[in-house]
Design a protein around this ligand. Structure first.
Ligand SMILES: Nc1ncnc2c1ncn2[C@@H]1O[C@H](COP(=O)(O)OP(=O)(O)O)[C@@H](O)[C@H]1O
Ligand SMILES: [Mg+2]
Length: 151
């Protein structure tokens, strides 16, 4: 199956749940397990929260875009903002690194561990883009397999 959607909203904390639920519903068009869907929801929440909190510094007038597409057995997600950007991406990706002293610094760690592919690009002063891929597990004869990897 092939499908695509785009969700664009203001940088309000209320919209984190909107993005999470919408993307989970879209992802349900594939045969993801409940665990997979929970992981997708966490990845979306963390990415969108980052755009709102870090990208726009909690100012409510920024725009966040979430683009999701299904191609075959694969879900691709893009979370984009036009906020302040990330100066040092390797540092931002380190576990427990945060520019805010009261935060855990684990958002990127969750995104990386829950998704099969993960990539951050950013232009300081222009914005940040997170690209993530999750592949549906194919159930065959009681054994879980990642489609395409088996012989
Ligand atoms: N969309 C973004 N725009 C600007 N900075 C970001 C963005 N996403 C992440 N960052 C930076 O990367 C750091 C690590 O993010 P993350 O792992 O989610 O931890 P946390 O959100 O708890 O700080 C953030 O503290 C912030 O400095
Ligand atoms: Mg975060």
């Amino acid at each position: 199956m092939n499908n695509q959607m785009k969700l664009e909203f203001l940088s309000l904390a209320e919209n984190v749940a909107l993005a999470r639920v919408t993307i989970a519903s879209f992802a349900s068009q594939l045969d993801f397990t409940l665990t997979d869907l929970e992981e997708i929801k966490v990845a979306v929440s963390e990415g969108v929260s980052n755009s709102i909190i870090h990208g726009y510094g909690n100012q409510p007038d920024g725009t966040v875009r979430v683009i999701a597409s299904i191609s075959g057995d694969t879900l691709e997600l893009r979370i984009e903002d036009d906020g302040k950007g990330i100066e040092d991406i390797p540092q931002a990706l380190q576990p427990a690194f945060s520019t805010e002293p009261d935060r855990m610094g684990l958002g990127f760690v969750f995104m990386q561990s829950f998704m099969d592919q993960f990539q951050v690009t950013s232009e300081p002063g222009r914005g940040t883009r997170v690209f993530m891929v999750k592949k549906q597990i194919v159930h065959e004869g009681g054994v879980d397999k990642v489609q395409g990897l088996e012989g």
